[in-house]
Design a protein around this ligand. Structure first.
Ligand code: GLY
Length: 401
């Protein structure tokens, strides 16, 4: 055997044996690096396409869909910029985030939406955590009180949608998504030592646990309450396939929401509930092998139904927190599920090529299927929870060294 052939034979054996663990770990880390590098490029590209006072939401019909600050998705864009800044330390992203926060700030007094947690905590909450700037903390405080103003003590929940032309079939609708908005109340209740905020969030979570879930821990999308008696009026869907189906992102919101409630309260009932939802998701016969859910677990056209990258991103982020609160065996199951979701999302099927996709990072989400809106498109919140999950994974890797 000549020297060259010998080297070709020995070097790969060395790589496969002695260095196996490191190579695997470096591959994990380097793929997180490369996603954040891609995010950095994408968001700079997106910033050039975006009107100054607008917030990117989706890319549909070859057009960038950008909203005003009062849209429920407005906080995710500064949130994505801040997460990417946190990882890459590229100050251009922080400058862009700050510009966006300025346009968003007036929403702190908006009492017409239950989505204020998404809007103001994913943005200003992160801005405060990352920069320590007290002005951002005060914006969160004011936003928390605006959100709390939507609480009704007879029903025991924060109202989701106000009565309007499109929303005239529910007396007092509460959607599972609203669990996510409680994080801002729980955080502010603790930070500003105001138990009123905490009690509102706990009441809402308890009512939701009681009325939104079926015996198998799948969740209804909309539960409406009688405004006089506070009793359940009806259980329906808005964005899912059917009233009795399990809309995928809704299952993600529930998983994340109850995990978060356990983080703040350490009340075992929330942990048990989150574990029940986790089992529903992980044991679902309609969960595809790559762990990117169909837009509804009960969509009639499974296995050709559209996938929802945003549902996977929300679930992955939730699993990476829930794993910290459970047995080793469950922690392993949740971590493996999250990693599978994240590695599918980081692959070519879901991750956008440089300077494509109008600057969004992920492709293939579903916004509102029954309304024929945002089907198989990018969605800014898919990007947000994807980056959040990757940051959690990166922090875990750093801890394990
Ligand atoms: N309503 C928020 C969502 O589409 O998940």
């Amino acid at each position: 055997m000549n020297k060259l052939r010998l080297a070709c034979f020995i070097v790969p054996i060395f790589m496969l044996c002695g260095c196996h663990k490191n190579v695997k770990d470096i591959q994990n880390s380097s793929s997180i690096d490369s996603v954040f590098e891609r995010a950095n490029t994408q968001y700079k590209y997106l910033a050039d396409l975006l009107p100054n006072d607008r917030f990117p939401r989706s890319f549909e019909g070859n057009k960038l869909i950008a909203s005003k600050s009062n849209d429920w998705c407005s906080g995710f864009y500064p949130g994505c910029l801040l997460y990417t800044f946190e990882y890459t330390k590229d100050s251009v992203l922080l400058i862009d985030a700050e510009k966006s926060l300025k346009v968003l700030e007036p929403e702190k007094t908006n009492k017409a939406t239950h989505d204020l947690g998404f809007m103001m905590f994913c943005s200003f909450g992160n801005a405060y955590k990352i920069t320590g700037n007290e002005a951002y903390k005060n914006v969160v405080k004011e936003s928390a009180y605006s959100l709390a103003s939507r609480f009704d003590s007879v029903v025991g929940c924060i109202r989701s949608w106000d009565f309007s032309g499109w929303n005239n079939k529910w007396q007092y609708p509460v959607i599972i998504d609203n669990m996510m908005n409680l994080e801002m109340l729980m955080w502010a209740g603790k930070e500003f030592a105001d138990s009123t905020l905490t009690k509102i969030a706990i009441s809402h979570a308890d009512k939701t646990m009681q009325n939104h879930f079926r015996d198998d821990y799948s969740s209804y999308h909309v539960v409406s309450y009688d405004t006089i008696t506070g009793a359940v009026e009806k259980k329906t869907t808005f964005q899912g396939y059917a009233d009795e189906s399990a809309w995928a992102r809704g299952q993600g919101w529930g998983l994340y929401g109850f995990t978060m409630m356990y983080r703040f309260t350490k009340d075992q009932k929330y942990l048990n509930h989150a574990k029940g939802i986790a089992n529903y998701i992980l044991n679902n016969p309609n969960m595809p092998k790559d762990m990117i859910p169909y837009w509804d677990f009960n969509a009639l056209d499974v296995p050709t139904a559209k996938r929802d990258a945003s549902a996977a991103a929300v679930m992955a982020s939730a699993f990476l927190e829930l794993k910290d609160y459970v047995s080793k065996e469950d922690a392993l199951r949740y971590t493996e599920a999250a990693k599978k979701m994240l590695s599918s999302l980081s692959g070519p099927e879901y991750l956008a090529e440089k300077e494509t996709n109008s600057g969004f990072l992920l492709k293939h989400s579903v916004g509102h299927f029954p309304k024929n809106s945002e089907i198989d498109t990018p969605l800014i919140y898919a990007d947000y929870y994807f980056l959040e999950a990757l940051l959690k994974l990166k922090k875990d890797e750093a801890k394990s060294y």
